[in-house]
Design a protein around this ligand. Structure first.
Ligand code: GDP
Length: 411
């Protein structure tokens, strides 16, 4: 009997022990499960369908058109619950808070007149020199040669110089007596005629029904391309436009930071990509951002490496083609450094062969006596000068007006 009771007790204890082990094993499995849960659910928000607009990656993490999202851009989404992930608007709001106070750029109307002293200081050899020569008692062959020389030194170009001298000679002869005012009026008229008043010099920046106007800014490194893009953003903002900037000069180390700083000053968002990344991809994303934000104008600063014409053609051609997937490019502005004279004209020729230039920006006209390049570059390309740079200040970029320009030259 005792043996029977002992056997029953042992059986009960054994059953209890086995049940305990099974239950604790299940608990352990249940405890393990929550740590796996995010890995199972996270991929949905982390890998959005490429076609959905909501799936847009924040501007900092750039994507090749049609390419997979960079692994670096996915990580935050995979590690954090979706609910805590900041939205693009929140990121933008944070950026705006961190950014310096937004400035109000100077109005663009009359900028050239306000900045005229910058021109006349360095251009005196052209305007004042010509007036002095024309005021001589006797206008003999030597004097006309000196007039020609002055025009050529100022980079007016051979054909334009000849035209100007021929016209002046005829008109001076007809005039008979010459008062300083008459001479000034004569020279003004002839110079304005050479520059031309018929061209449309406005930068095409008005929004279309289905998207923003797109402006590509091209030119070799060092001419002031990035600075001009930043200043142009101010010009457009001053004229009431909403702007997005594309930092597609991914080859010059500081270019994107430089452009972003310009943008922040006037409240324009800058789309950028990884250093050395594909410029066309950044340009594409910038226009995409501009469409999403409903802005008026997207300004794209391009890379300006002029190693070979083929290289340039490949690079700029690709930027233009990729951007055109969104719609036509409205304006291709070529930036030229006025102080480089003939070299600037050589650059202009190369760029014009690669891409259809629609307007010229002449920078650093405050630092040269070669203002005649306005005339020669227009003749060379058959494209109008639309803007001129007259200093390093934020609002030292002026819409080009032939009359005001010549007045500044003549002092
Ligand atoms: P990028 O390499 O063509 O993008 O050249 P940047 O935009 O970096 O400009 C090169 C330098 O030219 C900078 O120091 C600018 O401040 C200067 N710069 C640009 N435009 C003008 C201008 O109109 N006048 C003067 N004096 N300097 C300018």
């Amino acid at each position: 009997m005792e043996y029977v009771i002992l056997a029953v007790v042992i059986a009960v204890v054994a059953i209890g022990a086995i049940t305990g082990l099974v239950v604790s094993g299940r608990r352990r499995k249940e405890l393990d499960r929550p740590s796996q849960a995010p890995t199972i659910t996270a991929p949905a928000p982390a890998k959005p369908a490429p076609t959905e607009p909501e799936a847009e990656v924040e501007p900092g993490a750039e994507v090749e058109p049609g390419a997979a999202v960079e692994p670096g851009a996915e990580q935050p989404a995979a590690q954090q619950p979706t609910a805590e992930e900041p939205t693009a608007e929140e990121v933008r709001a944070e950026e705006a808070e961190a950014a310096p106070a937004i400035e109000v750029p100077e109005p663009t109307a009359g900028r050239l007149v306000r900045l005229r002293s910058r021109l006349s200081r360095s251009q005196s050899t052209l305007g004042k020199g010509l007036l002095t020569l024309l005021s001589r008692d006797r206008l003999d062959e030597d004097t006309w040669e000196e007039i020609e020389e002055t025009l050529l030194t100022a980079d007016v170009g051979v054909a334009a110089t000849q035209e100007l001298v021929d016209n002046l000679r005829t008109r001076v002869k007809v005039l008979g007596t010459r008062t300083p005012d008459e001479l000034r009026g004569l020279l003004r008229e002839e110079l304005v005629k050479l520059i031309g008043t018929d061209s449309d010099r406005t930068v095409r920046s008005v929004k279309h029904e289905d998207g923003p106007a797109v402006v590509l800014v091209v030119g070799v490194n060092g001419v002031g391309k990035t600075t001009t893009t930043g200043k142009l953003a101010r010009v457009l903002v001053a004229d009431g436009r909403k702007v997005v900037l594309g930092a597609a000069d991914t080859f010059r180390a500081a270019a994107a930071d430089q452009l972003q700083t310009w943008g922040e000053r006037v409240g324009a968002h800058t789309v950028r990509g990884p250093e050395g990344g594909d410029p066309a991809s950044v340009a594409f994303d910038a226009v995409k951002q501009g469409i999403a934000d409903g802005v008026d104008t997207v300004l794209v600063d391009t890379a300006g490496r002029l190693h070979t014409k083929t290289g340039l053609m490949d690079e700029l051609g690709k930027v233009k083609r990729v951007v055109e997937k969104h719609g036509p490019v409205d304006e291709v502005l070529l930036v030229l450094d006025a102080t480089t004279g003939q070299n600037g004209l050589v650059q202009a020729r190369v760029f014009a062969e690669v891409v259809d230039i629609t307007g010229i920006v002449l920078t650093k006209l405050d630092g040269t006596a070669k203002g005649g390049i306005v005339i020669s570059v227009q003749r060379e390309l058959g494209v109008p000068v639309k803007l001129i740079g007259l200093g390093e200040g934020a609002d030292d970029l002026a819409p080009f007006e032939p009359g005001a320009f010549v007045d500044a030259l003549l002092g």
